[in-house]
Design a protein around this ligand. Structure first.
Ligand SMILES: CC(C)(COP(=O)(O)OP(=O)(O)OC[C@H]1O[C@@H](n2cnc3c(N)ncnc32)[C@H](O)[C@@H]1OP(=O)(O)O)[C@@H](O)C(=O)NCCC(=O)NCCS
Length: 182
């Protein structure tokens, strides 16, 4: 449940400027957990290009994206990435919350929102990976019904290095894949 005063919207072209402002405000907050970003990433033009590319991924059924808004500012984001259908019916979830809005249950609410939409999309499973020392993110996932299922050495190139991750998953339902049912 999204707390009062906040609103979740499906990512759209007109979020680009507010996204650029949010990424710029949160440079130091996000840097340890993100890939190294080129300077253009923090500009409205860079974010406009990023949103166009992302919406193409969404149109192809490979992802989904939402932004968290408060008073016209973007203060968080959640993405479903790497959606695979067939016998897998799986997607990966990624998220962040603005440095001035952490500790209010917002990330847990965003992950819950993405899980509900993923269930509606017919996915069977969500996955998430956190850096081994990202205890806040691990708490978010455990609050959201995820279970740790493994450790992956040198899993993602984050903050300039291949880094070990803890892997989590949440099973959404036990039904068969929709596209395999007559
Ligand atoms: C991780 C992040 C998304 C959490 O957002 P948030 O809105 O504060 O999350 P929530 O309020 O829903 O829950 C945070 C939980 O982490 C706990 N927490 C916070 N800091 C912690 C720490 N250093 N060690 C252990 N737990 C911690 C909080 O106590 C809370 O758990 P609780 O409800 O049991 O008290 C946010 O800090 C962030 O955007 N970080 C940078 C980007 C990032 O790490 N993204 C995830 C990549 S996998």
């Amino acid at each position: 449940m999204i707390p009062d005063g906040y609103e979740v919207q499906v990512l759209a072209d007109d979020h680009a400027s507010a996204l650029a402002a949010a990424y710029d405000r949160n440079r130091e907050h996000l840097a340890p957990w993100d890939p190294v970003r080129p300077p253009a990433f923090f500009t409205p033009a860079g974010q406009a290009a990023d949103v166009v590319a992302r919406l193409d991924v969404v149109r192809r059924g490979l992802g989904a994206s939402w932004v968290l808004l408060r008073g016209g500012e973007v203060v968080g984001r959640v993405n479903l990435n790497n959606i695979v259908r067939g016998v897998f019916q799986s997607g990966s979830v990624g998220y962040w919350v603005d440095r001035d809005h952490v500790g209010r249950g917002l990330a847990t609410a965003l992950v819950g929102h993405a899980a509900e939409r993923a269930d509606e999309l017919g996915l069977h499973r969500l996955e998430a990976g956190t850096l081994t020392h990202n205890l806040a993110s691990q708490a978010v996932l455990r609050h959201s019904g995820f279970e740790e299922f493994g450790r992956a050495p040198s899993y993602l190139f984050i903050a300039g290095q291949w880094r070990d991750h803890v892997l989590f998953q949440r099973l959404l339902h036990d039904g068969p894949p929709g596209n395999l049912v007559d």
